[in-house]
Ligand binder design. Sequence first.
Ligand SMILES: [Zn+2]
Length: 245
Amino acid sequence: MKLKILGNGGAINDGLNYNSFIIGDAFLVEAPPDIINSLFQFNIDYKKIKYIYISHVHGDHCFGFPFLMLRFFFDRVEGEIQVLGPSGMAVHLKEITRLSFGDDHPVNSWIKENIVFTEISHSESVWIGHEFEITPFPVFHLVETLAFKISRNSIINNDFIYLADSKWDDALLNYISDRKYIILCDMNGEPTDPVQIHISEQDILDKALPAIDIDTKVIGTHLKKNKTSQHRRIVYAESGDEIDI
Ligand SMILES: [Zn+2]
């Protein structure tokens, strides 16, 4: 199945599209502030989106949600859309939409009628349509953040992990080292960061690569700027890239 990178930028970046991607036509991951721009930039038929995954409620992952809802409302998109995310996500997303457009805007009632908020935890898998299942797992960030795995099946060619915003912790090896994966990984960490909040290339080189499968491919995203890797087992995502998963 095709995964398309809509943006590879972290909260602080030098003008990149903010971090988000879509798997197939229906599964959008993250709703950053510029999600509408990114969807149009890559000619995504957003009316086909049926699932939206928000890894955590930091603004660079969800502040585009009100504008996405407004667009769906404006275009009279029909049929249920499921929004998945950690606990507290539903209240947060409704509140930022209310703050964006006010109590009386009809988008609020459109959301009530069309959006199903599903708060997930790391103990339960969720089916995305009939096609594949995601299994969330916790990572190490400032607010509750859920990464996820997708296991190989008849239409998913590779075991895949989205390792959303996290600092490095050796406990991550429990999730990423049991087999060969494609890992799309927050690699926003840079040696010059005042505080280490995100995984860095050095973390991957020193702590991950020695422990994970030799054929696991690590794709860095959520970056400060476009980067090229010097290591054959690490690549950096760019907006518009397509990954076969
Ligand atoms: Zn974050």
